[in-house]
Structure formats: structure tokens, C-alpha cells
Design a protein around this ligand. Sequence first.
Ligand SMILES: Nc1ncnc2c1ncn2[C@@H]1O[C@H](COP(=O)(O)OP(=O)(O)O)[C@@H](O)[C@H]1O
Ligand SMILES: NC(=O)c1ccc[n+]([C@@H]2O[C@H](COP(=O)(O)O)[C@@H](O)[C@H]2O)c1
Length: 753
Amino acid sequence: MKYIIGIGGVTNGGKTTLTNRLVKLLPNCCVIHQDDFFKPPDQIEVGADGFRQWDVITALDMEAMVNTVKGWIENPVKFARSHGVRLSPTVELEDQEKQTHILIVEGFLLYNYKPLVEVFDKCYYISIPYEECKRRRSTRQYTVPDPPGLFDGHVWPMYLKHRKEMEECCLNIEYLDGLKSKDEIFNQVFQDIQNTLSKQNFKYSRSSLPISLQEDTSQWNSLLFTMIKLIFLIFILIHTWVDFSTGQRQLRARAGPWRHKVQWESNGQVYSLLTTGSQYHPAVQSRRGTQFFLTKQRALGSARMQNASRASDLESRPRRQHPNSVDSSLSPLSRGSVTVLRSDAGSRRMANSLISGNRNQRYLASFRREALAVNTTDPSTNYVLHGASGVQTLPQEYSGNDGSRGQRSHEDPVTAAVRVQTSSPQDNAEITTDHSDMETQGVNLPLNGSKTESNTEDVAQPSPSVERDATVGDATVVPTVFPPAASYNITEEDAQQINPENTTNDNSQSKDHRNSVFHNVYPPSGRMRSPALPPPASGYGTRYFHNGLPDLIPDPYYIQAASYIQRVQMYALRCAAEENCLSRSAYSPSVRDLDYRVLFRFPQRVKNQGTADFLPVKPRHEWEWHSCHQHYHSMEAFSNYDLLEISTERKVAEGHKASFCLEDTNCDPGVRRRYACTAHTQGLGPGCYDIYHANIDCQWIDITDVPPGNYILKVTVNPTFQVEESDYSNNVVRCDVRYTGPYVHVRNCRITG
Ligand SMILES: Nc1ncnc2c1ncn2[C@@H]1O[C@H](COP(=O)(O)OP(=O)(O)O)[C@@H](O)[C@H]1O
Ligand SMILES: NC(=O)c1ccc[n+]([C@@H]2O[C@H](COP(=O)(O)O)[C@@H](O)[C@H]2O)c1
């Protein structure tokens, strides 16, 4: 039995508040928030009144919203599971026919879109008077803050207009007085739902809904039987949990092949990988400077020497391979010895980022499509899967050493996140919705991804040379684009002359090569001396657009669209450790290779909305080569990630400079993509986006030492203002974070200046 309830009404009328309370008490109840279907700001029309027209139906991707509702109608159990809604245990045991499933659709423009109106079994509408509405709205912080005058100039007039239209449609709507107390409104609606469902003879589980139903003896018998089955289920669950919690200890205690078992956890789901060999050397070594490491090794005896030379070998080995391929000595994933990949729990779960309290996420349309998409990356990698059916593989996700920033795919972040969990997800995270009090509530939906980076075809541009772009995971051929020579600040020729280790003439065997172990040991005379730095406030490089200034803006929607928790063993975090992407405790000598780090992962998308290229501060020959990630670092810090205490804004997790490789990952339609990390042309052109998916290496905050709680995620671009921009007030995004341990809910991401 399916029952769809609409909770519409004026902005700030109390729709979300009511919905959240209902979700807590109604069994098998999913929620769809209309706010999640807002189009991105740059797609919102600006009216003649000068305001962005947020309060009209075209500001929302209603098609995606209706499709989502249809998804629930088709299979509410699957929908609930894939969105992290806890189903009552009896659902597993009962006939589909007997199950009750409820969907609440909440939003300010529910009854003005015919295809949606048709789905409701019951319509509520909350209204409050102008003054109260204006008062409540003034305290509300939306992802895009209200500009002065928006309420009177746009919001309220649109509300009156839509309400009139709705009333003229003669819908059967039950009006609620939003001035009543929260309790009163809740009781009224809850009672009403109870009555309706009882009348329709819906059957509820007694434990999950306080409705007293008339039941005969046979029902009691059936209840008893169900209870027995439940106890059995709980026993199995506890058993599994005990097994899991002791797993790490057992692993440590064992010798031999178990030493090479890599386990990690994503959103509560444990994955493991068995290998027969190991090239691991602990992060504590990785963090040491190359010079110190070499000296020490040479001074020591032969046993240490051997180790040192092996480690040196790792550092110095010419990395001629395609940047997308992983050095087999570094990653267990690409070794022939990788034998088994399995999902211990039998199936994957939805990234809670997709299901948790992100009212402003917007990737829904692609969600279902992507959730079904089978990973097609790197066919050369040989994996054997076993475990539950439907498990799909994603090589990038198997270790903390997944793609680096030089190895970015161009899929949207939801794809990336969904690929972590995909098929037959278990019920896992609770769902959050209430942006004001951060309570865990019902389901929040992933968003409409149909509007994101769909313009990869714009990337292909005339170019003298075409290479396979390692950043493109789907193996599309992307031309490497070099701006005309005249537009270079430093020409290729200049760079060659002053920099013998220029990337285009890259002899990695040479001691002068940055990837050489000798690089830091020999005096710099043999290498390029640092030339005078360019003026501190200007970017340096292949300037194409040089009128005006760049203006970076991080995308708040992007961050909250696909964040999740991942637990990864130190074994798999070698590169990350080398890049200082882990918190201090990871470098303690007591940390073992099988110890887990807890990583709070999230994607990032930065747009240059200015009128000039955003260019690295350092000239190209000063860029630092990062061998682990196989890319150059062209400036000191491009972006910082911090986790802050809510009240004091004190850092609770050691933030880190995000690993980066500046490039035009995507551009607005009609804008040419000119900077490609793999072509060693770093920059971000106007109208282009530099994108970092949540599953790439270092795209996280290491929160191993952070207790569960509520925090603020702060993402800052161009944090030290190294590069001059026309506007620095839009460089910081803050998000509300609720970290529960296995899950993280990120919402209310907003530009905070
Ligand atoms: N019945 C009520 N009485 C007083 N304040 C309320 C009531 N319902 C909600 N609020 C407050 O109004 C604000 C907006 O509520 P919310 O549920 O987010 O509205 P909506 O989802 O309709 O925009 C919140 O600060 C909430 O605490
Ligand atoms: N969620 C967003 O991205 C966003 C952005 C700008 C305005 N809004 C406002 O959200 C309102 C609707 O949401 P509520 O009903 O939750 O208030 C609209 O009045 C609109 O002006 C939302």
C-alpha cells in the first residue's frame, strides 16, 4: 500500500518542521524536498525587477522531481534503501501487499505543477500572514542568501500569485494555520493521517506507529511469529557486528598473507582486497624529506641500504607510464597479485551524502540513472568479484590512493559517489532535513545532476596535438590545447632554456629531474635557480584572457552533493601521507599499516567567473613535481579544507592544503577548455570549472581523531590571496556537518565570504 502526502505552503510556513516530525513517527516513510530541485543559481533567470526569479516553477527542475516520485512509486522498498531510510524490520518478512509505504513530498510550489498534483493522495497547505512570514524569512539562511528587497519584491508577490492559481484549480486541499504551535499542527496532521490510513485499512507495525488497531487472535499469532523472526535477525546482526569489530585485531595478530589484506569502509560498508605481496612502506617514512632519508640510508648497514635503495627506487623510477595507470609497485590494485575483491557485507550502500540532509542538492535526475550505471573504468585492471550479487567495481575507490588530482574523471560527483555504493544498498543512514536544528529526520534526496557539466563536448578544441587525456576517465580523446605562442608570458622556448627539466623534455633519469631521488641532494647549481618571483598578485603562465581579473567561486552545491565517510587503512594511503593529507596522528611511529584512518570526503568545483585567466603564481619551471600523484603543483595553496567547531570556529581536524592541479575540467557552453593538467598547462579560464571528485586522493579531511558531532566544513579557495581576484568575498564556502561516526551529513553549504 502506498500513500503519498503533499505538504505545501508558503515559504517558512513550517513545512519542513512538520515533515521532519512526521517522518520520525510514520513507518517506512520517505521524503522528497522540493528545495532539492532548485536549478543552480546561474540558471535562474533574472527578472525585470533585477531579482533572480527563485520563486517560480521554472526555477525548479520539476521533471526530475516528478521522476523521483515515480521512482518511489515503482519500488518504495528499493527507493527507501537506496536513500538510507530505515524500513521497519517487518518489511523484510511481510508480503509486499501487506506493507505500508508513505511518501511525503514537501515544498512551496507543490500544487502548481499538474504532473505532480496528480500523484497526491492527500494535500496539506500551511499558510502564515505576511508579517510572520517576513519575520521568519529574515532569519533564514538559504544557500544563496536573499538580496535586500527580495521578499517584498519577489517572494511574497509570487506566493500570492501561485496561491491564487492553486485555489482556482479546485484541488482538495486541507489548509493548516501555520501560526498554531508546532505541536498543534503536528498533532492535527498526524491524527488525520492515522484516521485516513485506518479507514483505508492500512496495516501498521504496532511498534512503529502508535495506532491502536483492532486485532484478532490470528493477528497476535502472526505478531508472535514475526517477533521470533526479528529476534533471529537481531542475533545475526549482533554476530556480524562482533565479527567486524574484532576484525582489525585479528588481522594484526595474524601473519602471512593476511598482512596483505586491505580493508576499507565507505559509509559503513566494508570492502576488502587480498593481495599476495606488499610494497608498502609506512607513511612515517614517506613524510621524511628525501634528503634526510637518503643520507640516513646510505650511512647505515647493508640491510638498511637495501631498503633504502628500494625506497629510492620507488621515488626515482621513471614514471613513463600513462598517468592514469598506477605504478604496480605502489598500488596493490594494479599488481598481478591482486586476486580478490569483495564486498564483505554483500552489497553496497548509498553514499549518505546523496541521501542526507542536503536540501539544496541538485543532482537528482542523474541519480537513478547513475545508480544503475556499471563502472567501465580501466578494463585492463583485473579483478575478481564475489560476494552478493549486484556488487559493482570501481578501481578508483578501492584504496585511499585512488585517482589523484592529475587523474580526474569528468563524470559528475554524484556518479562518483553513487559508484561507491550503487546496487542494492542497505538501509543505513538516517536522513536529515531540518536545516535549522540539524536533526536527523527522513530522506533527503540526491539532486538533479542533469544540469551539471554536460558540456564536455565543448572541451574538444582545435589543437596541434591530440593526446589521450588522462583526466578523462572514460577514455575519450581530448585534444591538448595550447594557446597561441604569442599569448604566453613565458614561451615554451624560454622555459626550455631556463629550465632543463621542462616537462616536455622530461628526462626523469637525470639527477636534475624533480622526480629524481638526487634532486634535493645535489646543490641547486646543476638545476634551475629560482628566478625572481613574479609580482605577488598576478598569475603567471600562459595568459590568454588578460583583461580584467579572475574571480574564483567554489560551488556550495557541489560540496554537499556527494560527501561521505570512508575508512581506509594506512597501507593504502602512501601517496596521501607523502602529500601531508593526513592528520598528525597518522605519522606517529606507533601507527601500523593496517590501522584505519577516517576520511571525510567531499567533492569540490571551483568556477572562474571573472574576466581573466586564473593563473598559478609560480612560473612553470618552478612548479613542483609530485611523483605519487603524477602532477605538478603550480602554487603554494589553491584551496584549504578545515573542519571547525560550530560556536568558536576552532579547528577540530587538522585541515590541509588540498592537493590540486589547476585545469579547465569543464567550461560553460561556448567556452573553450584551454588548461589541461595532463598537458602541464595549469590555469583556470573564465567560464571554466576546476573539478575535484570526492573519490580522488587527498580530497578529504582526515577526521580520525574527531568525535562525532556537529561541525562546520570550511572550504577556502585562493586562501592566501596569492593570485589577485576581482572579488575575494566569495572564496569561502561553509557547510553544516553532522558527523555520526559511520556517516556524515553535509548541508546548508553557502558562500560566506
Ligand atoms: N508552528 C510554528 N510556530 C513558530 N515557528 C515555526 C513553526 N513552524 C516552523 N517554525 C519556524 O519557522 C522557520 C521556518 O520553518 P520551516 O519548517 O523551515 O519552514 P518551511 O520549510 O515551510 O520553509 C523555522 O525557524 C521554524 O523553527
Ligand atoms: N534552496 C535554494 O537554493 C534557494 C536559493 C534561493 C532562494 N531560495 C528560496 O527558497 C524558498 C522556498 O523554500 P522554503 O519553502 O523552504 O522556504 C523560495 O522562496 C526561494 O526564494 C532557495
